[in-house]
Ligand binder design. Sequence first.
Ligand SMILES: *Cc1c(COP(=O)(O)O)cnc(C)c1O
Length: 443
Amino acid sequence: MDLIDTQLRLPAVEPEWVERVRGPGGPLADMAHAVGGPFHVLHPARFAENAAGFRRVLAEHQVPGRVYFGKKANKSGCWLEECARTDTGVDVASVPEFAEALAHGIRGHEIVVTGAAKSDRLIWLAARHGALLAVDALDELDRVCALAETAGALRILLRVLPETNPHSRFGFTGDELDEAIRRCAAAGDALRMEGFSFHLNGYEVAPRAALAAELIERCRTARAAGLPADSISIGGGFAVDYLDARDWERFHREYADSWFHAEKKFTHFYPYHSEPTGARMLAAILDTDRLAAQLRETGTRLLLEPGRALLDGCGFTVFPVQGYKPRRDYGIVTVAGLSMSISEQWKGSEYLPDPVLWPESGTGEPVSACVGGSSCLDYDMLSWRKIAFPRAPRNGDLLVYPNTAGYQMDKNETEFHQLPLPARIVVSTENEQTRWRIERPVS
Ligand SMILES: *Cc1c(COP(=O)(O)O)cnc(C)c1O
């Protein structure tokens, strides 16, 4: 059993509520019985705490602004009701996302619409509801002006192509921005140009702070041209910690292809541990080169659009074990469900936090095993990595993938093989009791 002794374990950093669901006396077995297939467990109260953390950082820095939840990170409606309760806006990029936000009580002025060339219908909806629209190109700006004639004035931001992401397909170049500002000034009352936005790849503090400072200057110039320009949006990309620093460092130090089924080779992983993360990363941005003071002194509002970071610790995914196949030196677990429910697997990468076998008790020797989905594709793997299990998983057990709410659970899900999509279970605490319900669509 050499492999198991040397096997790297990557236990997830988990919030306290998880134990109440998964621990002794918790409702996990009842949930699995009710659903009879794979499912996601969602905890909106944690989302509200994460959102409060971001708002607190803005308040502590005395920076006026708004947090918008990047909705694409999870399709569930339960987060939107927390947004409505906590004065958090929503960042949408399609008509159905816009409609769902409204249906869950978000008001038009609390919505920001982002994304590449938007449909006329989406622009029209933004105009009708007074949403803020991040314009991405000159031809889109012209369509926005034309639609404003019938739909009413539009609130817009101009999205900037960052020098640090020169190959991004989003945003205006410097020259295009100058032209866009001329057209905004010429549009008169049809447009309310409220400022500039960006969204950077990666999870670095410094480039965000630097570009934010640059956009404050752009706002000053635009104001001189008679435009309102009192806001900048720094987008999303606030990092999340899934793993402890020591485990992550050891993962890199000892990394070996032999850890993975079929010796699969990987070239990139999400930074499963980084520092700072979430709201502390916002604080670090605001503390760089007096950014907070610059915002205050110039009367500029700070908008941000975190997706993943608001969903940190907000959910996990449960797959019933269907079978276990011992091979020579490791096993293969097959679960009910598909690797599409772990989106990282579809980016040529791997979701690394260890899945947990439930129940933990049971007899047998420890084993190490990779995890496959219940499809006919050899590459439908939820974990290529051979996971150390306390005993061999067997039919009737559950396999729990931790912290999946941000992008993992539903971004790539399909009804492949005509299998139904996993159910969603929303957990809350009422009078110190853990309650759960199966989420149904609002419309
Ligand atoms: C995806 C996206 C976000 C959210 O990004 P996260 O990495 O989830 O924080 C915010 N703004 C824009 C424009 C996006 O495309």
